[in-house]
Design a protein around this ligand. Structure first.
Ligand code: COA
Length: 169
């Protein structure tokens, strides 16, 4: 079941922590979004190991999710996905902004992600948020008949001015 779109969606969507109980809904969205979806086990592992896992909820229904890991001062966006029936309503941009704000707030200086060159919508979103292409990982993704490269994107997370003022007070 998905939300009906007769009202501004992005403003109504709530972001909250992902739980193991969400994986059932998530896997349906995942399978409809990607030709080579993650398994349920991967999502469970992400929650269990303590990655930053968030879902977007709209009127009680899970409609998207984002997952990040952190190492040293780098955030790595591992997955971001919005249910196809509520795409193009600003939810993906809002979720990405939320994830980057969190990464910045805990002191991450950079965010990295991989994306398929054949995914122009995601590339447009990332570039419009300030991500810059910094590399290629050859044959990174499954594909048919051949594996697909990944484009690696990087965002420099500028310092949160308010936090700096608090810290220096
Ligand atoms: C990428 C994705 C998360 C974007 O989510 P979304 O909720 O549709 O994103 P938004 O509505 O915030 O749109 C972001 C921008 O992309 C544009 N856009 C979104 N879908 C588009 C489409 N099909 N065609 C053209 N532009 C599109 C929007 O117009 C918006 O641009 P604007 O802010 O300049 O007007 C979503 O398409 C998705 O889940 N895709 C499948 C999973 C995926 O590929 N994830 C990324 C893996 S690297």
């Amino acid at each position: 079941m998905s939300a009906r779109l007769n009202e501004p969606v992005a403003g109504l969507a709530k972001v909250r922590p992902m739980t193991l109980a969400d994986v059932h809904d998530i896997i349906e969205i995942e399978r409809s979004a990607y030709p080579y979806p993650w398994s349920e086990g991967i999502f469970r592992d992400c929650v269990r190991v303590g990655y930053y896992c968030r879902v977007v909820e709209l009127r009680g229904l899970v409609q998207g999710y984002g997952i990040m890991s952190f190492a040293a001062d780098e955030a790595h966006l591992l997955n971001i996905c919005i249910h196809q029936e509520i795409r193009e309503h600003g939810v993906g941009r809002r979720l990405l902004q939320y994830l980057m704000d969190h990464a910045r707030s805990i002191g991450m200086r950079y965010a990295y992600l991989e994306v398929r060159p054949s995914n122009p919508v995601a590339i447009y979103l990332y570039e419009s948020m300030g991500f810059e292409r910094v590399g290629i990982r050859k044959g990174y993704y499954q594909g048919s008949p051949v594996r697909e490269d990944a484009w690696v994107y990087k965002l420099e997370l500028t310092h949160d001015v308010h936090k700096q003022i608090d810290e220096n007070a």
